[in-house]
Design a protein around this ligand. Structure first.
Ligand code: HEM
Length: 403
């Protein structure tokens, strides 16, 4: 197969606007729902770019998340570092995966998360005070969105907030597609060492937090070992941090670029929950496709996928599919995107565990910004900002705003 038939993946956004998916994804989606792409090591995988096929793939149990399976589609040399490691639950298939979802589900109910809303509101208010004191202009990402996401997840898990920086620096290395395998290994070992000590402490002196409750349910025989729980802690820190912060950053950027939508939200704040869903669709932050490996032959979008072939489900592409959303490139806060129709949180058994929390953080921050800084403006154009283009989680490295 020639290179044009299987373009390199992932491709950076250099060709188009930083708030829009790389144009090649649109071209592939127009041509076929599932296409061949070439990965960093010259191997090929299937890339799913249409919405219907993305949903179909994510709920097909013949597509496994087990990264130890030969042929698993890694996206960089750094990522291959996880190949031989014992998997954490996002890289397990049912029934092993279900053990952890059952354990964690009660911790992330909408009711439990809603109880955190007042605390998130007061955190956001404090951080906006800091922003106001610092500027104008001020870096929204450094003063508000990253610290907020970090504080909220630390508090939920029972991790001292003073230790958050350790996570931020290590997490940045571990999601950096340009990091060497050695750098990724060192960052991972630092985090695991820290979490092992923390869980040992929680086993001895339990507190009213998620990690203490998890340690209390440790049960080797039931498939929940201390090592598994260290993995759970790491995944939650990871999953809950940059994702939420960058979704807010990109939401603010997109609303500033579409000023009419910002003004509409000022007039009608009741549209904010819908606007958050639209941001999650329009500004999908998981830049690279969700990786799966076929463990049986299957047909997807008319394409025959053989057992042992890699599949990447591009949420970025699927969320801009015009067969699912009319005028998909337009940010429209009144669009009737129901909570489970967009794919910003994935789909199927691995759908985001932390979505009720992420929604609250996004809704509260947006509401507070609209109220406190109705005249908010970007201090730099999106094209002048640096984006973490080669990272798994897309977002600006800083977000200077003025008011
Ligand atoms: C706007 C913010 C967020 C976005 C866009 C997001 C997106 C996603 C997506 C797309 C997946 C599916 C991955 C896959 O199928 O391979 C996922 C899974 C996951 N997310 Fe999130 N996430 C966000 C916030 C959070 C938060 C706040 C937490 C934790 C507090 C969290 C924890 C997780 C976990 C544990 C999984 C793995 C679930 C599993 O495999 O069963 N996420 N997330």
């Amino acid at each position: 197969m020639s290179d044009t038939a299987a373009p390199p993946y992932p491709s950076p956004r250099t060709e188009g606007h930083p708030l829009d998916p790389p144009p090649v994804l649109g071209r592939l989606r127009e041509r076929a729902p599932v296409s061949r792409v070439t990965l960093f090591d010259g191997s090929q995988a299937w890339l799913v770019t249409r919405h219907a096929e993305a949903r179909q793939a994510l709920r097909d149990d013949r597509l496994s998340v087990d990264s130890r399976t030969p042929g698993f589609p890694f996206l960089s040399a750094a990522q291959t570092e996880i190949r031989d490691m014992p998997p954490t639950f996002p890289r397990m298939d049912p029934p092993d995966h279900s053990v952890f979802r059952r354990l964690l589900a009660p911790e992330f109910t909408i009711k439990r998360m809603e109880a955190l809303r007042p605390l998130v509101e007061s955190d956001v208010a404090d951080m906006l005070d800091r922003l106001e004191a610092a500027g104008p202009p001020g870096d929204l990402s450094a003063i508000l969105t990253l610290p907020l996401a970090s504080l909220v997840i630390c508090r939920l898990l029972g991790i001292p907030y003073e230790d958050a920086e350790l996570f931020q620096t290590r997490a940045a290395v571990m999601t950096d597609q340009t990091a060497t395998p050695e750098q990724v290994r060192t960052a991972r070992m630092d985090m695991l060492g820290y979490l092992q000590q923390l869980l040992a402490h929680k086993a001895e002196e339990p507190a009213d937090d998620l990690l203490s409750r998890m340690v209390a349910q440790e049960d080797e025989a039931a498939g929940v070992s201390r090592r598994d729980l260290v993995g759970v802690a790491m995944i939650l820190m990871f999953g809950g941090h940059e994702t939420t912060a960058h979704s807010i950053d990109l939401g603010v950027l997109a609303l500033m670029e579409n000023r009419d939508q910002w003004e509409l939200l000022r007039e009608r704040p009741e549209l904010i929950p819908g606007a958050v869903e639209e941001v999650l669709r329009h500004q999908t932050i998981l830049e690279t496709g969700l990786p799966r490996i076929a463990r049986a032959d299957l047909t997807l979008g008319g394409v025959a996928i053989k057992s042992g072939e890699g599949v990447l489900v591009s949420l970025v592409a699927a969320n801009r599919d015009e067969s699912a959303y009319p005028d998909p490139d337009r940010l429209d806060v009144t669009r009737p995107v129901t909570a489970n129709r967009h794919l910003g949180f994935g789909f199927g058994v691995h759908q985001c565990l932390g979505q009720p929390l992420a929604r609250i953080e996004m809704q509260v921050t947006l509401a507070a910004l609209l109220h406190r800084f109705p005249d908010l403006r970007l201090f730099k154009e999106p094209k002048e900002l640096d984006f973490r283009g080669q990272m798994a989680v897309y977002g600006p490295t800083s977000l200077p705003v003025t008011w």
